[in-house]
Design a protein around this ligand. Structure first.
Ligand SMILES: Nc1ncnc2c1ncn2[C@@H]1O[C@H](COP(=O)(O)OP(=O)(O)OP(=O)(O)O)[C@@H](O)[C@H]1O
Length: 280
């Protein structure tokens, strides 16, 4: 498998703050990789170093085979970056803005197609200033993909989106991924990571504390199940390795339907919260 991003021993310090304290990372070409972690964990610093927007103190970084500390124009054109909302083009319309950015990428996508892809066709002639927060974010995404990048960085892409807009955005990202674009995103939404990411890394205190597929992260798939039900007006629950047996026993006990029966495993959020509680 081709490697899109390779990071070894990355460190970055701001004065007294060790923002990144030795990160190793491999992101494969074509995968969607999510970086999770609490505020101040070092996610943005790591991603901005990969983007070539921040210097590093030590370590090796290779992005599409190039050291982002020595970026070339050709390399930049292969990378898309969705930053937090840019307000400087607020007076222009959606179409004018997307067309303007398309001009930087001779081999890029058709502006109207991209506007359609991000669901802004009906707003194409509206000034960006008059869009809602979520709609502006879609413009940011349009600008990130207009150059048809091989690798797309998304920093907290759906902050401010309503639930429907988030779903549409997930579909957009899923479509880009199916088309072969490698995607690196940071997010605070665990359901977003679960819906989109092939693999996730949890960063805490400038280090990776866990890495893997969202379904199995932190032993999630093999964790004990929680069986819960109602009895004599009270909620009862039991943690068990053999939930099927527990349910059979409960069925016998109640001689049929178990009132308000639920069987659950830890969610990605449960696992995540446990991981960031434990110092690396
Ligand atoms: N330019 C800077 N100067 C000084 N300290 C900084 C700078 N940028 C980040 N830091 C510090 O480095 C640490 C990591 O910050 P970073 O922005 O990488 O975290 P993050 O995981 O992206 O957080 P968030 O989820 O809040 O965006 C924090 O303690 C932050 O205060």
């Amino acid at each position: 498998m081709d490697t899109a991003v390779r990071v070894r021993g990355l460190t970055k310090r701001y004065g007294d703050v060790q923002a990144v304290g030795g990160i190793d990372l491999d992101i494969h070409a074509g995968e969607v990789f999510a970086i999770l972690g609490p505020n101040g964990a070092g996610k943005s610093t790591t991603v901005e170093i990969m983007e070539g927007h921040r210097t590093r103190d030590a370590g090796e970084v290779s992005v599409l085979g190039v050291d982002p500390g020595k970026p070339t124009r050709a390399w930049r054109s292969r990378i898309g970056i969705v930053l937090q909302t840019a307000n400087d083009v607020a007076e222009a319309t959606v179409r004018e803005t997307v067309r303007h950015f398309a001009g930087y990428y001779p081999g890029g996508k058709d502006p109207d197609e991209v506007i359609e892809q991000v669901g802004l066709t009906a707003k194409a002639d509206q000034r960006i200033r008059k869009l809602s927060g979520g709609q502006r974010r879609r413009v940011d995404v349009a600008l990130g993909v207009i150059g048809d990048p091989e690798l797309l960085f998304l920093d907290e892409p759906t902050t401010g989106f309503d639930p429907e807009a988030r779903r549409q955005f997930w579909e957009l990202i899923g479509g880009l991924a199916r088309g072969g674009t490698t995607i690196v995103l940071t997010t605070h939404y665990l359901d977003e990571a679960e819906a989109l990411a092939d693999r996730v890394a949890v960063v805490s205190g400038g280090r990776i504390v866990a890495e893997g597929e969202p379904e199995t992260l932190g032993g999630r798939a093999t964790a004990k199940a929680l069986v819960s039900w109602s009895e004599a007006g009270e909620r009862r629950s039991l943690e068990t390795d053999t939930p099927t047996r527990t349910v059979l026993e409960l069925t016998a006990h109640f001689d049929g339907e178990v009132p308000e029966l639920a069987v659950t495993r830890p969610t990605l959020e449960d696992v995540y919260l446990r991981l960031i509680e434990t110092p690396a």
